[in-house]
Each structure stands twice: as C-alpha cells, then as structure tokens.
Design a protein around this ligand. Structure first.
Ligand SMILES: Nc1ncnc2c1ncn2[C@@H]1O[C@H](COP(=O)(O)OP(=O)(O)OP(=O)(O)O)[C@@H](O)[C@H]1O
Length: 235
C-alpha cells in the first residue's frame, strides 16, 4: 500500500507545485494522474519517488511482507549520458540492477533496439530514448511502476506495447501510477484517476463512477463539462 499524506511541494518563491495532496492505494491497481499543463503531475510523481524534497507531508510505502518497495520509473524525458553508445548504457543498467534475462531479451527484440546498439545516445530520436527507458523500467519485476506521460513520444505500435505492459504489471499485482493527457488511455487502463488543478486534487474517482455520475459514456466529454463548470466558477 502507498499512502501520500499532506504532500506539498514548492520549488521556492511563492508558487506551490503540489498543495496538500492526500491519497492512498492498494497494489494491483492502475492509477492515472491527469490535469492541465503545469497542474503538478510531474511534481507529484517526483514527490512520490523522492526526487524532490517536499516542504510538507510524507509518503508511506507498506509492502504486505514487510520487504522494501522496488520501483520502476519512466520520466517524461529520459536523461541519459549522450556521449556513450546504446550498448554501453544497456550494459551499465544491467550492472546496476539484475534483469530477468528472458524478459530483457524479449523486450530488446520487440523494441527493435538491436539496430541501435552502436549508436551514440545523443544521436537517437526522443522515441528511441523512450524505448531504452521502457527496457530499463520493465526488465525486472517491481512493486511499483511510475510512468510520466508514457506514450507522448512513442509511435502507435510501441504505445500499444507499453499499455499492454502496464496492464500486465497490474495483473502481476504491482501498482502502476501514470500521468497522461490522453483520456482514452486513462479510460482504457485506469482503475482510478486523480485530476489535478494548480497542485490540488479536484477529482479522485474511478472512470466508470465519474461517467455514471455525469451521465456520459465518453470521459473526454464528461471532463470537458466538469472543466467548463470549474472554469466558470473561477471567472
Ligand atoms: N524544477 C522546477 N523549478 C521551478 N518550478 C518548477 C520546476 N518544475 C516544475 N515547476 C513548476 O511547478 C508547477 C507544476 O509543474 P509540473 O511540471 O509538475 O506540471 P505538469 O502537470 O507535469 O505539467 P505538464 O503537463 O506541462 O508536463 C509549474 O508551475 C511549473 O512551472
């Protein structure tokens, strides 16, 4: 179980990127974080991962068997050293953390990374760097997968692969948290979603429940309605 308690993140000055966010979730679920640009999705994700120091609040990780949480993370933009070859980076990852060899080889082949092994990281497209990030994230089993806008720079085939991986991880009992701007993706995958606005949670619901409450079948429409009302009250 993960419990986010009163999490507040600021990068200094008066602005607050995440404001007193609270939620908890069991394993074996997919949670999606959505919200407009700058609403705090990446900051919340970085807060959960401990990549930014919160000004208040805490995150509690509790594994059933008391073992530490293992975490796979795909950032929005992978930042790898640019001057080394793909093969060198991948062998570095394998030294950092043991991989499940069969899973690793399988992913390497599906992602067609073999063709890029001798290329320098700096010469790769954004999508190919994301593929390396997928390989790194999913080559061993983790309790928690945190994915920041997973399909933003991927072609439809690799997007589909990534979505299948997320569904597979849920089936295996892991918790998956991903942020997205693609509501269809959310509707397809998520058990629950958090809508952020200016760093606060405005909606915490399942897609089905939210649709039922709003008497809609399409999440895009339901959220646009909600958003228009929300926007009007701010005028
Ligand atoms: N490193 C940083 N230093 C200063 N301010 C930051 C930093 N990172 C994010 N912010 C600010 O925090 C707020 C939330 O940004 P964040 O990137 O978390 O939003 P987001 O919802 O992920 O946006 P997007 O959808 O555009 O990726 C924004 O006002 C942003 O300008």
């Amino acid at each position: 179980m993960i419990e986010v308690k009163n999490l507040t993140i600021s990068y200094g000055g008066n602005s607050v990127a995440v404001k007193d966010v609270n939620f908890q979730t069991e394993s074996g679920k997919i949670i999606s974080i959505i919200g407009p640009n700058g609403s705090g999705k990446s900051s919340l994700i970085k807060g959960i991962l401990g990549l930014v120091q919160p000004v208040a609040g805490q995150i509690l990780f509790q594994n059933k068997n008391g073992e530490p949480y293992t975490i796979g993370y795909m950032p929005q933009t992978p930042r790898f050293p640019t001057n080394i070859k793909v093969a060198e980076l991948i062998s570095f990852f394998k030294k950092l953390e043991p991989v499940e060899e069969e899973r690793f080889q399988n992913l390497l082949s599906i992602l067609e990374l073999h063709n890029h092994m001798d290329k320098k990281i700096g010469s790769l497209s954004g999508g190919t760097k994301q593929k390396i990030s997928i390989l790194q994230c999913f080559s061993s089993k983790k309790n928690l997968y945190v994915i920041d806008e997973p399909t933003a720079s991927l072609d439809p085939y690799i997007s589909h692969l990534l979505k299948s991986l997320l569904a597979e991880k849920k089936k295996e009992g892991s918790l998956v948290i991903f942020s997205t701007h693609i509501l269809k993706e959310l509707q397809e995958l998520a058990d629950r979603f958090l809508l952020l606005s200016e760093g606060s949670i405005l909606i915490d619901d399942s897609p089905e429940n939210f649709l039922r409450k709003n008497n809609k079948t399409d999440l895009d429409q339901a959220l646009m309605n909600f958003w228009n009302e929300e926007y009007k009250t701010k005028q």
